[in-house]
Design a protein around this ligand. Structure first.
Ligand code: PCA
Length: 159
């Protein structure tokens, strides 16, 4: 079994949560609300308002999210959704569970690792919601222009 810390559209009530709960994608079990130990910048970027956690420890805020236990099949399906390793890179980090400290442990987190510094100038959040008062609702992949996304990637992700 694996653990994953989700901070964006996979959280309860957010636009991709159904991926985590669909039995067709594999097994998942909610373990609790959690927060990162380090601060990181959580931004919303692209014209499709996609949340990204930038791997820049010490910058930004302690991030609030949710921890799930998932099986190999679910993790593989989350990688499809997040387009790991093309956009997000999944890596293991320790997080703190709010309610059950005994269950603290290493979780997979999806980060952007090789990004243009310009992204650090964007507004930073500690707790993401697509419907937050930032007014930047998430736009699903099926409604995106692939060429725009490729250009965005060439400009802002240096890998
Ligand atoms: N989904 C993943 C990464 C960003 C996103 O929208 C998550 O919720 O953690």
């Amino acid at each position: 079994m694996h653990r994953v810390f989700v901070y964006g559209t996979l959280k309860t009530g957010e636009p991709n949560h159904h991926w985590l709960t669909s039995k067709n994608n594999g097994y998942s079990k909610f373990l609790g609300n959690a927060h990162t130990i380090e601060k990181y910048p959580l931004i919303i970027a692209t014209k499709y308002n996609i949340p990204f956690l930038l791997y820049s420890p010490g910058n930004g805020d302690i991030i609030k999210g949710e921890v799930y236990e998932v099986d190999e099949a679910m993790l593989a399906n989350l990688d499809v959704l997040e387009d790991h390793p093309n956009y997000y890179i999944r890596d293991l980090y320790t997080v703190n569970l709010d309610s059950n400290q005994d269950a603290n442990g290493e979780c997979w987190i999806y980060f952007l690792k090789t990004f243009d510094e310009e992204l650090l100038n964007k507004a930073k959040f500690s707790c993401y919601s697509s419907s937050g008062d930032h007014g930047l609702p998430y736009i699903d992949r099926s409604n995106r222009d692939i060429n725009y996304m490729l250009r965005w990637k060439q400009k802002y992700l240096k890998n």
